[in-house]
Design a protein around this ligand. Structure first.
Ligand code: FPP
Length: 284
């Protein structure tokens, strides 16, 4: 099914177009998908049902990102620390990941999605690695949304393995310590090639980064919603994107400097913001 020709309400279509044309759409959105367990508990169901329902949110947010024009979406699907969970839950998450790829790969590919992963994927079960490798290979030349799954990922692990590689390259004489730059460090991380996230969304109200993209999120805007991940669907996502569109990103400069640079400052955008508010209200 082609996502771009899907029938949407006029209001939703206008909202997507407005977000695109304001130039205030984040290029890279990264999401800490939290609250699956609590969702299940609230519904009197086992934790795994929360993960299963969370997969439906993944499907909706991936499609909405692609339709709206977000270029990069990174999902924190399994952290390094998640290995400490009961083995039955870990196994379930692995099988869910397999079935997500198996079920969705044709549609992702047909819609131009390029799949990649970050993290210590060598720790994943062989069957998961095989499915991921095939999916990544199949979608590698796609030019639409880049969907990155953070799997067996921890930012500190990524920084550690990068430092080990840098140290080896110093020893081999390929790099000299005094020439090391921030850009070079980024090249050694598993996020290599991805732009830094502009917008980090965390669901379920927790005010933590939980070892997610610590280096890359240095200047990211952060958005926390009380919504539990399985309940976080496109309306909530639009609300978050509109919130981002209202923000002024200064990167350490003053507001006046940002405006003088012709940047996306707080001034001059009030009409667009009013429009976004109006449409968002209409589609609620
Ligand atoms: C956090 O909720 C969520 C996870 C550890 C797993 C995320 C997995 C999914 C959303 C489903 C499948 C994903 C893909 C990419 C197919 P939690 O269990 O920590 O919730 P809690 O804090 O309420 O217990």
């Amino acid at each position: 099914m082609s996502w771009s020709t899907e029938r949407l309400s006029d209001d939703e279509r206008t909202l997507q177009e407005t977000l695109r044309t304001t130039g205030r759409l984040p290029r890279h959105v990264a999401v800490i998908m939290d609250g699956n367990g609590r969702w299940a508990e609230h519904h009197g169901r086992p934790r795994i049902d929360g993960h299963r329902e969370g997969m439906e949110s993944v499907r909706d947010i991936v499609k909405t990102s692609s339709q709206t024009g977000v270029r990069f979406l990174t999902l924190y699907a399994f952290s390094m620390e998640n290995w400490k969970r009961p083995v039955t839950e870990v196994n379930f998450l692995m099988s869910l990941l397999e079935s997500y790829i198996e079920r969705e790969i044709d549609e992702l590919h047909d819609n131009g999605v390029r799949l990649r992963t970050i993290g210590k994927t060598s720790a994943l079960p062989k069957s998961v690695r095989r499915i991921l490798t095939n999916a990544i290979e199949r979608t590698r030349d796609n030019e639409g949304l880049t969907l990155t799954l953070a799997l067996s990922y921890g930012a500190r692990w990524d920084l550690l393995q990068a430092m080990q590689m840098i140290a080896l390259d110093v020893r081999r004489g390929k790099v000299s310590p005094e020439d090391l730059t921030e850009e070079m460090i980024s090249q050694y991380l598993t996020t290599q090639g991805l732009p830094d996230p502009d917008f980090v969304i965390r669901t379920s109200g927790e005010l933590r980064l939980s070892n997610f993209l610590l280096w890359e999120s240095a200047y990211a805007e952060i958005y926390v919603t009380e919504r539990l991940w399985p309940d976080f669907r496109r309306q909530d996502y639009y609300r978050a994107l509109c919130d981002y569109a209202r923000r002024e990103r200064r990167f350490g400069k003053t507001s006046a400097q940002v405006a003088a640079d012709g940047g996306k400052g707080a001034e001059g955008a009030s009409d667009q913001r009013t429009l976004l508010d109006k449409i968002l209200h209409a589609i609620r």
